[in-house]
Ligand binder design. Structure first.
Ligand SMILES: [Zn+2]
Length: 730
């Protein structure tokens, strides 16, 4: 019997008839899926799938047919929309069983089983382009209208226990059956169908080492059944939880947050450099009470070695994490680094051994042998992924695996998936095909790019430009508010991804906004500390921040304004580079620095002493830094001229005074942008290319200099000034 709405203590009951009853059957499925996906205790990000068999009219015959709507390949239940669901005509789908049965060799992991996945496309209803997942037969072959397949921590804990069959019986009695671990596919669907044939009263099945599947002929009843089964398992576990004695008790103590962050800020760039030798990774720091209890425990080394169980988990977490046995109270930072280095060498060797031992003649080549999850007593969990979302998902999955191990060890004994089974998932040819189908990574993917001056003008345009190329963008600006505004614009375009883990600033998306005053070393340092905690390191830096102080009518610049000009235009970029140098060296990954100078640096003229000479100094700073930071960092200068469009350096007053100076007709009532256009048009006529110089022109070159497209160029100043012969560098 399902529990009543107010009886649930371990899951959130979210169904609302007022909402559901307004929806068509497909939208009701979407609604049910979003509700299930919203509770991590019911399923993990990207994990599980749901289905409904819905009567629909065939557009050709006009007849009513049964259509299986099932969550397709990729995507995530919590964030799914209608487009994430595949639709298959049931008649056609069921006829696939004949094709399967005709094969001479059939069963789990046979050629015919993998070949079935391509057949699903022939059964598509209504030109729906959504691709079916490998779990489709689990839904199609079960003769009930609605099916939920979830990865709940509490049920995986049962499924990953030594005596899983007995536990299933004890907890769910006759209601739920059990099937041993089997790689998902057509054959597993047939196994389940057979189970149901033997016992039509079954409401669901615990899937060994994997999760839960259950069904009903009414969608709300299916939802309530899912919640009830998860609740039952969770209650059983809660009664047996070992509390402080979990994981064999504590061996080490946690560090306080301040000490922990001091170590992490020093450690993360070093670690990122070490795990990024094959592919560059983005990091996520995940520190919760339960993670700390695990990493500090006596059993952590033993349990970490067993690895994760649910196949969904270890595709991201790899078969096992790297656990570093470091005593946070008694051992030094240097000892931690030494242990990490040794641990990484052993981990990679272990991974290669696993690959060699398990590979088949047609297996894909060995993938990156570096760990994606690193566990350190006192500090917590550090996860790595190709982008922020993936590293957050990885952190989430391992923290769920910790919950699974805790529960499993409370009720029985935890066991991982056999190595060969793990390998056959990780190196499954269908997974490989999926990886190969993915579009190539963008130019700045896997890079952490800091744009200083991102709150407005060129900086803001640069932030947008590099984000478009897949960069993780730190929008930094003197105005914290403006920095946040640009970061928000980027998040609005690119989203935060599907990952949900990450502690503090590490729980961010692909863009963050930070305030920074580049005239103060302390402020720069604090910016870098935040970037490291957010993403695990620092790659490219592009500085567009600058200041132009116009002299008064007599051409006079007060001393303090002169000093301020140098402080922002010259000392600022120097301080940024000097602070970044330590991080770059710790990380040891090749990268670049772009400093915005000016065409004025090369063309002497009247009336802007401070600005022009400061920019000339900045040009030479580029050259000095190129030598100083070689071979790790390329340093180049971008020299714009008179970008009037949207520039904070051209406030209305300055535009009007310039228009007056050049005797260009204008009306006081005109908008600032319109006045700027007039001035830009005038400036354009003084250039060789005769076109106004835009923010996009500047952003393009800043991006190119920063990217690997200019990987052999350093110490150079590139002018983007429309062609000013008096500013030619020689
Ligand atoms: Zn699954």
């Amino acid at each position: 019997m399902p529990f009543k709405q107010d009886e649930f203590k371990h899951v959130n009951y979210l169904w609302d008839d007022n909402i559901a009853d307004q929806l068509d059957p497909v939208e009701r499925l979407r609604y049910r899926s979003n509700l299930l996906g919203a509770d991590q205790r019911i399923t993990n990000t990207g994990g599980g799938n749901t289905s409904s068999k819905i009567k629909m009219t065939d557009p050709l015959s006009g007849e009513e047919v049964d259509v299986l709507w099932v969550k397709g390949s990729g995507g995530d239940l919590r964030t799914s929309t209608r487009t994430n669901f595949a639709s298959l005509t049931m008649d056609k789908f069921l006829s696939l069983e004949n094709i399967y049965n005709k094969a001479d060799i059939k069963g789990v992991k046979t050629e015919i089983e993998d070949a079935m996945v391509d057949m699903y496309r022939h059964t598509t209803f209504g030109l729906n382009p959504a691709a079916s997942s490998i779990d489709t037969p689990l839904h199609g072959l079960i003769p009930f209208r609605h099916v939920d397949h979830m990865h709940p921590v509490s049920v995986i804990a049962i499924a990953a226990s030594k005596d899983q069959e007995r536990l299933t019986q004890e907890i769910f009695e006759e209601e739920v059956g059990w099937v041993p671990w089997q790689r998902p596919g057509f054959d597993l669907g047939l196994v389940m169908k057979e189970k149901l044939k033997q016992d039509l009263d079954l409401k669901g099945l615990v899937m060994g080492q994997h999760g839960l599947i259950n069904w009903a002929d009414d969608d709300k009843a299916c939802y309530e059944l899912t919640l009830t089964l998860v609740e039952k398992a969770a209650r059983y576990i809660a009664q047996r939880d070992k509390g402080q004695k979990a994981f064999g008790g504590q061996k080490y103590a946690s560090l306080d947050e301040k000490t922990r962050n001091v170590i992490l800020i020093k450690l993360l760039p070093v670690l990122r450099g070490k795990v990024s030798q094959v592919n560059r990774f983005i990091g996520t720091v995940h520190v919760t009470e339960s993670v700390l209890q695990f990493v500090n425990s006596i059993d952590a080394p033993r349990l970490a070695e067993i690895g994760t169980s649910c196949p969904d988990h270890f595709l991201r977490t790899k078969i096992k994490p790297l656990y570093v046995d470091w005593n946070p109270q008694e051992e030094s930072y240097e000892a931690l680094i030494q242990k990490l280095e040794k641990g990484l060498v052993a981990y990679r060797a272990d991974y290669a051994t696993y690959y060699e031992a398990c590979k088949h003649p047609n297996s894909p080549a060995m993938r990156d042998p570096n760990p994606t999850v690193i566990l350190i007593p006192g500090l917590g969990l550090i996860a790595w992924g190709k982008n922020k979302s993936e590293s957050r998902v990885t952190a989430e999955f391992y923290s769920l695996a910790i919950e699974v191990m805790r529960a499993s060890e409370a009720i029985s004994e935890y066991q991982g998936l056999p190595r060969q089974e793990a390998f056959d998932i990780e190196y499954w040819l269908l997974e490989e095909a999926k990886l190969k189908r993915m579009p190539p990574e963008k130019e700045m993917a896997r890079n952490i790019v800091i744009v200083i001056g991102a709150g407005s003008g060129i900086g803001k345009a640069v932030a947008h430009r590099v984000a478009k190329e897949g960069a993780h963008v730190v929008c930094a600006d003197l105005s914290e508010e403006a920095a946040h505004a640009t970061a928000r614009e980027l998040i609005d375009i690119y989203g935060v991804g599907i990952g949900v883990a990450g502690t503090g600033i590490s729980g961010c998306g692909t863009a963050i906004g930070l305030g920074v005053d580049i005239t103060k070393r302390e402020s720069i340092r604090s910016m870098f500390e935040n970037v490291i905690l957010a993403y695990g390191g620092v790659d490219n830096i592009i500085i567009t921040a600058g200041i132009f102080v116009p002299p008064d009518k007599q051409g006079y610049i007060p001393d303090e304004k002169w000093a301020l000009t140098y402080s922002i235009n010259v000392t600022g970029p120097y301080l940024v580079a000097d602070e970044a140098k330590k991080i770059w060296q710790a990380q040891g990954l090749k990268t670049s620095l772009v400093i915005t100078t000016s065409a004025n640096a090369a063309a002497a003229k009247q009336g802007s002493f401070a600005y022009d000479t400061s920019k000339a100094a900045a040009n030479h700073l580029v050259r000095e830094l190129a030598i100083e930071l070689s071979p790790l960092v390329r340093v180049n200068g971008l020299a714009p001229a008179t970008v009037v469009e949207g520039s904070s350096m051209f406030p209305r007053d300055r535009v009007i005074s310039s228009l007056t100076k050049y005797k260009i007709a204008f009306d006081e009532s005109e908008s600032t942008e319109s006045l700027r256009e007039k001035l830009a048009g005038f400036y354009a006529q003084r250039t060789l290319t005769k076109s106004p110089i835009t923010l996009a022109d500047q952003a393009e070159v800043a991006y190119l200099l920063s990217s690997n497209k200019f990987s052999k160029t350093t110490g150079q100043i590139i002018s983007v000034d429309g062609g000013l012969h008096e500013a030619f560098l020689r």
